[in-house]
Design a protein around this ligand. Structure first.
Ligand SMILES: Nc1nc2c(ncn2[C@@H]2O[C@H](COP(=O)(O)OP(=O)(O)OP(=O)(O)O)[C@@H](O)[C@H]2O)c(=O)[nH]1
Ligand SMILES: [Mg+2]
Ligand SMILES: [Zn+2]
Length: 307
C-alpha cells in the first residue's frame, strides 16, 4: 500500500493512505540518503510503501523525493535534518520584532530552498505589534526581498489582517511553514484553517523568545484545497554543504548579475570588472543580501581549509 507521511515523532510515523485512512507505522531496515547523514530517515511529505506489521504498519520503501528542505542544527553538526519532503512551496514566517528574525537567517533559509528549486514566500507576521521603528524596518526588509524577487506578505494571525493573501497563495499547493520558534507559525495555521486548533504558546509565556511549542512536523489538509505542513521552530539555520562556487547560484539577483562579470569564475568578492560588486555599489543588490552571500562564501572557504 502506498501513502504519504503526515506526521513523524522519530519512532512512529503517521501515514495517510490513498483511501484517506491513517495508519501508524514504524520503519524497517535502514534508509540512507546519498552523501548526507540525516537524523530522520523519513520526513513528513515522503511518499512511502507500507506493509502490515504486528502492530500498525511498517514502512518498507521511500519513493524518490521531488525535493526536500534540509538543514543542520548548527554549522558544526555533522547530521542534517529533513524538515519536509515533496513540497510545492516554502513560506518562511518571519517577525521584525517579537522575536527578531535576522537577515542572515532569512538568507540562509532562502539559499537552501533555492538549492532545491523550491519557491519561497516571506510572510511577515505580527504586524499588529509593530511600533514606528518596527514598521520602518518592515518596509525596508520588504524592499530588500522584493528586489531580490521574493513575494512578501504582511499579516497578523491575531487580528486576521492580510490572511486572505496567505490563503490565496496556499490554495491547491503543499506549503511548508518554517521559521524561528515563536514567530506564529501554528497561530497562522489556525487562522488559515480554524478547525485545526493547533497548540500555540501562551501569550504570557511567549515574550520574545520562542518556547518550542510545536515539537513535530505535521501535515494537514486545507478545506479550500492544498496541504499545510506546520514545523517546529528552529534556532539557527546551519548550512548543508554547498560548493563555494555554487553559493551565488542560490541568490537569484546575484546569479542574474553575474553573467556580466568580466571573469567567468568571478567570486564577486574582489575581482575587477565584477558586475555584482557594481550592482551592490549602486543599490541594485542590497548590502544585507550581499553580506549574507559573503559570509556563506567565507564559511565555505573555512570548511575547505579544514578539510
Ligand atoms: N500580537 C500577535 N501575537 C501573535 C501573532 N501570531 C502569533 N502570536 C503569538 O506569538 C506566540 C507564538 O505563537 P506560535 O503560533 O506558538 O509560534 P510558532 O511559530 O508556532 O512557535 P513554535 O511552535 O515554538 O515554533 C503566541 O503567544 C501567539 O499568540 C500575531 O500576529 N500578533
Ligand atoms: Mg508552532
Ligand atoms: Zn563578479
Amino acid at each position: 500500500m502506498r501513502g504519504t507521511v503526515v506526521k513523524s515523532t522519530g519512532s512512529w510515523y503517521s501515514v495517510r493512505l490513498e483511501s484517506g485512512e491513517q495508519v501508524e507505522c514504524r520503519i524497517k531496515g535502514k534508509f540512507r540518503m546519498k552523501g548526507i547523514k540525516t537524523t530522520n530517515p523519513v520526513a513528513v511529505g515522503d511518499v512511502v510503501e507500507i506493509e502490515a506489521g504486528a502492530e500498525g504498519g511498517v514502512i518498507s520503501q521511500i519513493m524518490d523525493r521531488k525535493n526536500y528542505i534540509i538543514r543542520k542544527s548548527t554549522n558544526l553538526s555533522k547530521e542534517a535534518h529533513i524538515i519536509a519532503a515533496n513540497v510545492d512551496q516554502a513560506m518562511l514566517v518571519v517577525t521584525v520584532n517579537h522575536p527578531v528574525t535576522s537577515t542572515v537567517f532569512i538568507d540562509r533559509f532562502l539559499a537552501s530552498v533555492e538549492a532545491y528549486r523550491i519557491p519561497a514566500v516571506l510572510v511577515f507576521n505580527k504586524i499588529d505589534l509593530y511600533g514606528e521603528d518596527d514598521l520602518l524596518m518592515l518596509g525596508a526588509l520588504t524592499q530588500v526581498y522584493m528586489q531580490a524577487g521574493y513575494e512578501c506578505l504582511h499579516v497578523s494571525s491575531l487580528t486576521g489582517e492580510g490572511i486572505e493573501d496567505v490563503v490565496a497563495a496556499m490554495k491547491d499547493k503543499i506549503t511548508v511553514f518554517s521559521g524561528l520558534s515563536g514567530v506564529g507559525k501554528s497561530s497562522l495555521v489556525n487562522r488559515v484553517e480554524p478547525g485545526l486548533d493547533l497548540k500555540v504558546a501562551e501569550i504570557s509565556e511567549s515574550h520574545d523568545t520562542g518556547k518550542h511549542t510545536t515539537t513535530f512536523a505535521e501535515m494537514f489538509p486545507l478545506s479550500f484545497g492544498g496541504y499545510i505542513v506546520d514545523t517546529p521552530g528552529i534556532r539557527a539555520f546551519g548550512l548543508i554543504h554547498m560548493e563555494k562556487n555554487e553559493i551565488s547560484h542560490y541568490f537569484p539577483e546575484i546569479f542574474k548579475r553575474a553573467t556580466d562579470c568580466k571573469y567567468y569564475n568571478c567570486t564577486h568578492i574582489h575581482e575587477p570588472g565584477c558586475a555584482v560588486l557594481e550592482a551592490v555599489e549602486n543599490g541594485e543588490i542590497s548590502e544585507s543580501r550581499y553580506f549574507s552571500y559573503v559570509s556563506m562564501f567565507e564559511e565555505g572557504e573555512e570548511k575547505y581549509r579544514k578539510g
